[in-house]
Design a protein around this ligand. Structure first.
Ligand code: PLP
Length: 381
């Protein structure tokens, strides 16, 4: 350490050299890691040191990848700067120019845009297929098909995917099966344990759980995650240490949050089903032996004035996302699914009065009362 004030203020006290046994993982808020000498630096490239530069790897992002992998029952996981970045890394780990991917037609709008608008520019063709029609899927498999992509619970109509059937189809045709498990979470459903090769999360949602981060996690077979990790490093889509740390903090309460989300969602779905101002309720029963879904979607097109409904929600927030602890609603036609062609919106059932409800962890009675009063005000006489 130099003698001068200017030097001392830059180099601080060196407390980081001490071994401190903190209860929680510290935040490694650093863009790079230091080395004792050139041999120490060389050790990184020989695989003996873990960390060099945060875009290439960081203890907090590694902790998140490993934690989600453990919950999904997969050998390895990797974090990314968003769910979308994790999806792209997973696909590019498997498909390259000249290859073909088969995807469910009713996937999240942002994923649809990634697959429909970006993959063709990389020379990867995508076929979007109605996955409720089993015979059709096999018909679309070609010599260059590499991957089948779907979501365990679809967004916003909450179709529960038949993962066992997809696993059988993918094994038969020697394709990689990738499942987006964002809506179900490993609390309800573990596609890797069922035989999927890659499982992806928008950790922005239930994994983080508090609507304060944007993150993604991809888990699966060791070799595929190794390739996906390389894509994340090369594309510069690594997650920041602080976001990873916050996501890990949120993840610790996944189980108790999901228990309450699911119980409340079940009660709300039952109440909405009985409400005369609700035309149709979408609610996935028996997502797994662990329970039903945590999201409820309803259609009020024919029965209510949609603008009045949104104006009458009181404390219930209008937010184009899901899975926070607060109950919120989103409007797929104007947000997540607005970029889809009108024809596709119609085919998928994304109607003018379709409302997706992310059921929070508040008291169920308050949630039900909140929706009852908004529906009563919006109801057409
Ligand atoms: C099911 C699903 N997958 C992926 C994504 C994309 O995640 P992110 O916004 O973290 O990129 C979303 C976002 O809403 C989603 O709902």
């Amino acid at each position: 350490m130099g003698k001068h004030f200017d030097t001392k203020s830059v180099h601080l006290s060196g407390i980081q050299e001490k071994k401190i046994n903190s209860k929680t993982t510290p935040i490694y808020q650093t863009s790079a890691f230091k080395f004792k000498d050139l041999e120490d630096l060389e050790n990184f490239y020989q695989g003996k040191n873990d960390y060099l530069y945060t875009r290439v790897g960081n203890p907090n992002t590694d902790e998140l990848g490993a934690a989600v992998a453990q919950l999904e029952g997969a050998p390895r996981g990797v974090a990314a700067s968003s769910g979308t970045a994790a999806i792209l890394a997973g696909i590019l780990a498997v498909a390259k120019q000249g290859d073909h991917v088969i995807a469910a037609a009713d996937i999240y709008g942002g994923t649809y845009q990634l697959l429909a608008n970006e993959l063709p520019d990389l020379g990867i063709e995508v076929s979007f297929i109605d996955f409720s029609d089993w015979d059709k899927i096999a018909e679309y498999v070609r010599n260059n098909t590499k991957m089948v992509y779907s979501e365990s619970v679809s967004n916003p109509l909450l179709r529960r995917e038949d993962i066992d059937a997809l696993v059988a189809l993918a094994k038969d045709a020697q394709l990689v099966l990738m499942i987006d498990n964002t809506f179900a979470t490993p609390y309800l459903c573990r596609p890797y344990e069922q035989g999927a090769d890659l499982v992806v999360h928008s950790a922005t949602k239930y994994i983080g759980g508090h609507s304060d981060i944007t993150a993604g996690v991809l888990v699966g077979h060791e070799d595929l995650i190794e390739k996906a990790n390389q894509k994340i490093v090369n594309l510069g889509s690594s997650l920041s240490p602080f976001e990873a740390w916050l996501t890990c903090r949120g993840l610790k309460t996944l189980s108790v949050r999901m228990e309450r989300h699911v119980t409340n969602a079940q009660k709300l779905a039952d109440a909405l089903q009985k409400h005369e101002a609700v035309e149709k309720v979408y609610y996935p029963k028996d997502v797994s032996p662990f329970g039903n879904g945590a999201i409820v979607t309803m259609d009020i097109t024919a029965t209510c004035d949609v603008e009045t409904f949104f104006q009458s929600l009181g404390w219930i927030k209008i937010v184009p996302t899901l899975a926070g602890v607060e109950t919120s609603v989103s409007y797929p036609l104007a947000t997540s699914h607005r970029a889809l062609p009108e024809e596709t919106q119609k085919q998928l059932g994304i109607t003018e009065g379709l409302i997706r409800i992310s059921v929070g962890i508040e008291a169920a009675d308050d949630i039900i009362a909140g929706f009852n009063q908004a529906l009563n005000q919006a109801r057409r006489s």
